[in-house]
Design a protein around this ligand. Structure first.
Ligand code: SAH
Length: 295
C-alpha cells in the first residue's frame, strides 16, 4: 500500500518521464479525445474541461486537491476566472507549479502550497469548489474518507466536490485480474481504487448530496493506448538503463505501469469517471449526519 512518502518518491522520480513523454500545459492526467481533439495537449485540457463542464461557475474559489505541477489549476483560473489554491504532497511539484503560474502571469489568481488533502489548515466553508483530478485514487480507503470529510469541511454550504478519478468494477471474478489491477496500481504508488458505490456511500456519509458520475473511459481510451504504445517503445532502453542502475526501481516500475494500465483496461478492471456532489445548503444542512451547519 502506498503511503505519502511513496507518493512523493513516485512523482519526484518520474518527473523526467512525465515531462518527456506526457505532460503538456503542465497537466499530469489522462487525456480525453472527441471528434475535435487534435493532439496530446488538447486532449489533456479536454479532460479537465469535461470534468469542469456544468460543475464550475465563473469567479469561484477552488481548492485543487492534488494539484501536480499546476496544469488544471491554471486552466481553471484562465477559463473560469477562478481563484485557485492548489495543494500537493511534493515540494518539488509546488515549486514547479509556482514557476508555471508566474510564467503564465496567473500568480495573482493561483497559489500553491504543500499540504495533505486529508488534513489542511484552510478555514471552514472557505471554498466554492473542491477539485480533485486523478489524485484521490492514490490514497487508501480510510484516507479517501478523510479527504471527503475535509472537502465537506472547507466547502461553503451549497459548494461542490468535482473530481475526475479511477474506479474499479463492483466485482472482479478472476484472481489473476485482481492481481493484474493491483500490480499496475502498486507500480504507480496508488493504494487501491474504490467502486463507485463505495465512493458514493463514503461521500454521503461525509454529508454530500446529489452524487453524480459520468463514465469518461471511452473518450480516454486513445490516451490509455498512447501511453501503452510509448511504454512499449521505450521498454528496451528502460531495461538497459535499469540494468546499468541508471534508472531507479521506481522509474522502471512507472514504465511497466504504462503497459499494465492498458491490459487492465482491456480486461475492464477500471474506469475513468467525472464525479460531482454537493454540500447541502445552509437551510437543508440539518440533514447532515452530525447536524452541522444548521442555520
Ligand atoms: N491533479 C493534477 C496532478 C495529478 S497527479 C493533474 O491532473 O495534473 C496526483 C497528485 O496528487 C500529485 O500532485 C500528488 O502529490 C497528489 N496527492 C496524492 N495524495 C495526496 C495527498 N494525500 N495530499 C495532497 N496531494 C496528494
Amino acid at each position: 500500500m502506498a503511503d505519502t512518502d511513496d507518493i512523493v518518491r513516485y512523482y519526484d522520480q518520474t518527473w523526467f518521464d512525465y515531462r518527456l513523454l506526457w505532460t503538456r500545459n503542465h497537466h499530469m492526467h489522462f487525456g480525453f479525445w472527441d471528434a475535435t481533439t487534435r493532439n496530446q495537449a488538447e486532449s489533456l485540457a479536454a479532460m479537465t474541461r469535461a470534468t469542469a463542464d456544468g460543475n464550475v461557475r465563473p469567479g469561484e474559489r477552488i481548492l485543487d486537491a492534488g494539484c501536480g505541477v499546476g496544469g488544471p489549476a491554471l486552466w481553471l483560473a484562465r477559463h473560469y476566472d477562478a481563484e485557485v489554491v492548489g495543494v500537493s504532497l511534493s515540494d518539488a511539484q509546488i515549486a514547479k507549479a509556482r514557476e508555471h503560474a508566474d510564467r503564465e502571469g496567473l500568480a495573482d489568481m493561483v497559489r500553491f502550497e504543500r499540504a495533505d488533502f486529508t488534513a489542511t489548515a484552510f478555514a471552514d466553508a472557505s471554498f466554492d469548489v473542491v477539485w480533485a483530478q486523478e489524485s484521490v485514487c492514490h490514497v487508501p480507503a480510510d484516507a479517501k474518507k478523510a479527504f471527503l470529510a475535509e472537502a465537506e469541511r472547507v466547502l461553503r454550504p451549497g459548494g461542490r466536490l468535482v473530481m475526475e478519478d479511477w474506479f474499479r468494477p463492483a466485482t472482479i471474478e478472476r484472481d489473476a485480474d485482481a492481481a493484474l489491477l493491483q500490480d499496475w496500481l502498486d507500480k504507480w504508488a496508488i493504494s487501491g481504487l474504490a467502486t463507485v458505490a463505495e465512493f458514493r456511500a463514503w461521500a454521503e456519509a461525509a454529508g454530500f448530496t446529489d452524487f453524480c458520475h459520468r463514465d469518461l473511459t471511452v473518450g480516454a481510451r486513445p490516451s490509455l493506448r498512447r501511453l501503452y504504445a510509448l511504454s512499449l517503445a521505450c521498454y528496451p532502453v528502460g531495461v538497459a538503463l535499469r540494468a546499468l542502475r541508471l534508472r531507479s526501481a521506481t522509474q522502471h516500475a512507472n514504465m511497466q505501469g504504462g503497459r499494465l494500465q492498458w491490459h487492465a483496461h482491456r480486461r475492464g478492471l477500471w474506469s475513468i469517471r467525472a464525479v460531482s456532489a454537493r454540500k447541502p445548503d445552509a437551510q437543508t444542512a440539518g440533514h447532515h449526519p452530525e447536524g452541522q451547519g444548521t442555520s
